[in-house]
Write a protein that binds this ligand. Structure first.
Ligand SMILES: Cc1cc2nc3c(=O)[nH]c(=O)nc-3n(C[C@H](O)[C@H](O)[C@H](O)COP(=O)(O)OP(=O)(O)OC[C@H]3O[C@@H](n4cnc5c(N)ncnc54)[C@H](O)[C@@H]3O)c2cc1C
Length: 459
């Protein structure tokens, strides 16, 4: 394991930086974390907005390794499937997994971040310094220039190993000057609230992720502990139906009345929230290298920001912590550990970033399509009829720790099989299981055998 004498600085006390500092502390290191924002445990940021995210198997595993899963799950709401809201007509339900044991979980982002910071500090080895913005980094020399936003003074942190967990606009990444591509999505997002009903009740199905798929745009909603839902509207920046055209309260209300009438009835603060809140950007960042010798390493969104449509950005960042930790346990020095980390993670981060973009198209275009619903039904029949033999991309990504790259490749084969078996079918339960067995054993099983080693989790 690298020496505990090294001075370690984590830049960014977001979700990944906070968890990483905890992992490093458990290996006996002393860690200073520099965070540009104020301490959210003492000052209310974002006007107290309740924003949630989905945590699944990879993220939960990372919390379990440091003894935090159980407590986190006490605050989480299991989401067992998607509820699809058409403009008119009945709601449709698609389970996420082969049964209810396979679900994703809605968790408050703010609560999780605060929880991780507190648990990291409780190790006695982590000190988080707030309002400390890293403005420049000389990673080869191990020097950071830090602006104290409270006093306006600048200082230098010298001779340190730097962990860049400062998010998609990372200052540490800029200092590394990697070959980077940043692909902004042509869509932005806006968060809105469905408040709790009487007595803190949920006004829609509690244990589901709600989707209003509308082709080039969509609305989603995830449940919160207090009975409310956080909705996110994903809409193009420009064009006939876009943020650019929703400039007045009347235009906004007409748009919601036409596209999301059931949601509109549940969002009393629609106009106020929409015009008061910033519109968020989404970007895919692919870059290399992620490191500079044994001096600096990027993790989380700083290394691999992705669009949020697979609900994996944080899960992937948490998995980064697990993988790095297991490498550090293997007696490697920093340089060797950082090199192995990039070799293992880069290809997988690229794969999930690509799947996230593909899932956007699936969510907004296909979830309301009867053929898509039929194929999802067939997929579920096969998952139950051929346990261990048939696997789907969604289940590998969300309910396993199989490396993302393999999930991508296996998913493509499995998806082809489902499509073929769904041809001319009316109901999922009528799927021809003999034909399915032949296809699975002819195509999927050989691939899985050939890559059996790769199915082991990385960390
Ligand atoms: C709308 C939306 C929904 C999402 N839903 C999900 C989901 O359901 N599931 C999921 O797994 N992921 C989801 N994600 C992705 C997830 O939010 C990110 O992957 C995750 O926050 C990455 O964590 P991070 O710590 O790497 O970066 P961040 O959370 O961005 O944290 C970076 C931290 O660094 C600090 N910082 C930045 N610059 C500096 C600097 N120069 N000096 C000091 N500090 C600095 C910031 O203040 C921040 O605290 C979603 C993202 C979006 C936009």
């Amino acid at each position: 394991m690298p020496s505990n004498e090294s001075k370690l600085t984590v830049v960014g006390a977001g979700l990944v930086g906070s968890l990483l500092s905890l992992y490093l502390a458990r290996r006996g290191h002393t860690v200073e974390v520099l965070e540009r924002r104020p301490d959210m445990r003492r000052e209310t940021l974002d006007a107290g907005r309740s924003i949630n995210l989905a945590i699944s198997t990879r993220g939960l595993h990372a919390l379990r390794q440091v003894g935090l899963e159980e407590e986190a799950l006490k605050h989480a709401i299991p989401m067992r499937g998607r509820v699809i809201h058409p403009v008119k007509g009945e709601l449709a339900y698609q389970p996420y997994g082969k049964d209810d044991s396979q679900h994703i979980n809605s968790l408050s982002r703010g609560w999780l971040n605060q929880f991780l910071m507190t648990r990291a500090e409780e190790t006695g080895r982590v000190s988080i310094r707030f309002r400390q913005r890293v403005t420049q980094a000389d990673v080869a020399a191990g020097t950071l220039t830090v602006l104290d936003e409270a006093t306006g003074q600048t200082r230098e942190v010298r001779d340190t190993v730097v962990f860049g967990t400062d998010g998609s606009g990372s200052a540490v990444r800029q200092a590394l000057q990697p070959q980077a591509t940043q692909e902004p999505l042509g869509h932005g997002y806006k968060e809105l609230t469905i408040p709790p009903g009487p007595g803190g009740s949920f006004q829609m199905e509690k244990h589901a992720l709600h989707i209003w798929p509308r082709g080039s745009f969509m609305l989603i909603a995830l449940p919160n502990e207090d009975g409310s839902f956080t909705c996110t509207l994903f809409l193009p920046w420009k064009g006939p139906l876009s943020f650019a055209t929703l400039e007045t309260p009347a235009a906004l209300e007409a748009f919601f009345q036409e596209q999301f009438p059931d949601a509109k009835a549940l969002i009393p603060g629609l106009v106020e929230e929409f015009f008061a809140r910033p519109t968020g950007h989404m970007v895919t960042v692919k870059c290399a290298p992620w490191r500079e010798g044994g001096r600096a390493l990027l993790l989380g969104d700083a290394a691999h920001a992705m669009v949020p449509f697979y609900g994996q950005g944080m899960n992937c960042g948490f998995e980064d912590c697990v993988v790095l930790d297991s490498l550090l346990a293997g007696q490697q020095d920093w340089e060797e550990a950082f090199r192995s980390f990039e070799a293992l993670r880069k290809t997988n981060a690229d794969a999930i970033a690509d799947m996230a973009v593909e899932n956007f198209i699936e969510m907004r275009d296909s979830t309301g399509d009867p053929r898509f619903l039929l194929e999802k039904g067939v997929e579920k029949v096969l998952l139950n009829a051929f346990p261990g033999e048939f696997v789907s991309r969604y289940s590998l990504v969300s309910f396993s720790r199989v490396p993302y790259r393999l999930a991508y490749e296996v998913g493509a084969i499995a998806g082809g099989i489902v499509s073929e078996l769904s041809q001319g079918l009316k109901r999922p339960e009528d799927v021809d299981l003999d034909a399915a067995a032949k296809l699975i054993r002819g195509r999927l099983t050989p691939f899985m055998k050939e890559h059996a080693d790769g199915f082991r989790p990385e960390g």
